[in-house]
Design a protein around this ligand. Structure first.
Ligand code: OAD
Length: 250
């Protein structure tokens, strides 16, 4: 039998009172759907790490290799379903007056679960961008036999995701910061919290006065300043927290 997850009283108290809530998610929130995380056991592809492939220099050196990696990830992601963690987060959009979802994930699973207002810090794997004209297009093909794909203008297309060494989309990070600075409760779910600038967001929330809660299967470099840390799977902890706290909100 599954061990019951004990939700702390203080968490429930804050959850009940909060009207302004922000959530930051990382690859761990999609792990239970079957998406490989970046730094877990399953994170390597042909022995390459994300840091070796998700860079502008890797793409200019070998666009085919980088696209083969993204095609592999697209193929895994294409048919999988959101898990209970995605669904609860989508419900929170209706639970709180002021709610903001910030994700580092590019897999599109939050949208599949019904979240509508999503700040995608690292872009989206289902969008491609022309390397010459900067135009973006939606593209849901796996593309495995046809990489690297080309734009109508003849230039290479790249995934419309943020690579190491690239700036985050400005409008998105500034909106995220606005929400983080005013939220009363901030959740950090399923991220190793080592990739900047996303990994600084929990500290900014804390310094701005938010109560900060981490949900992760293991401790991270930011666990020490959390108000609460729940060690376990997001897809198990979030449903418990949600049902216990809803009783209180009624
Ligand atoms: P990581 O792979 O670095 O970390 C995933 C985190 O999720 C780890 O801390 C795990 O302990 C945790 N985890 C795994 N399964 C979980 C579960 N079921 N429930 C809760 N937590 C779980 O992924 P990110 O932190 O998202 O960027 O990585 C950040 C960025 O690095 C990514 O967006 C990507 C990557 O390189 C780019 O590609 C630019």
């Amino acid at each position: 039998m599954e061990a019951a997850i004990k939700i702390k009283e203080e968490t429930l108290k804050v959850f009940k009172k909060a009207s302004s809530v922000a959530v930051l998610t990382g690859a761990g929130v999609s792990a239970e759907s079957g998406v490989p995380t970046f730094r877990g056991k399953d994170g390597l592809w042909r022995n390459f790490s994300a840091e070796e492939l998700a860079t502008p220099s890797a793409f200019s050196r070998d666009p085919k290799l980088v696209w083969e990696w993204y095609s592999w990830r697209r193929e895994i992601i294409r048919d999988i379903k959101p898990n209970p963690a995605h669904h609860i987060i989508a419900e929170w959009e209706n639970t709180f007056n002021d709610f903001c979802l910030i994700t580092q994930n590019v897999d599109g699973l939050h949208a599949k679960a019904g979240s509508q207002k999503i700040l995608e810090l690292h872009g989206n794997i289902w969008r491609v961008r022309c390397t010459k004209e900067e135009k973006t297009f939606l593209n849901h093909e796996v593309l495995s036999d046809n990489v690297p794909p080309l734009c109508e203008c003849g230039a290479l297309l790249r995934p419309d995701v943020v690579w190491f060494g690239e700036a985050l989309p400005e409008g998105i990070i500034s909106k995220a910061l606005e929400n983080i600075r005013r939220c009363e409760l901030f959740f950090v779910i399923g991220t190793s919290a080592i990739v900047e600038p996303a990994s600084s967001l929990p500290l900014i929330a804390k310094q701005s006065g938010a109560y900060v809660i981490e949900i992760n299967i293991g401790r991270t470099p930011i666990s020490h300043f959390m108000d609460d840390t729940y060690l376990g799977k997001a897809g198990e902890i979030l449903p418990c927290l949600h049902s216990e706290s809803l009783n209180l909100r009624e």
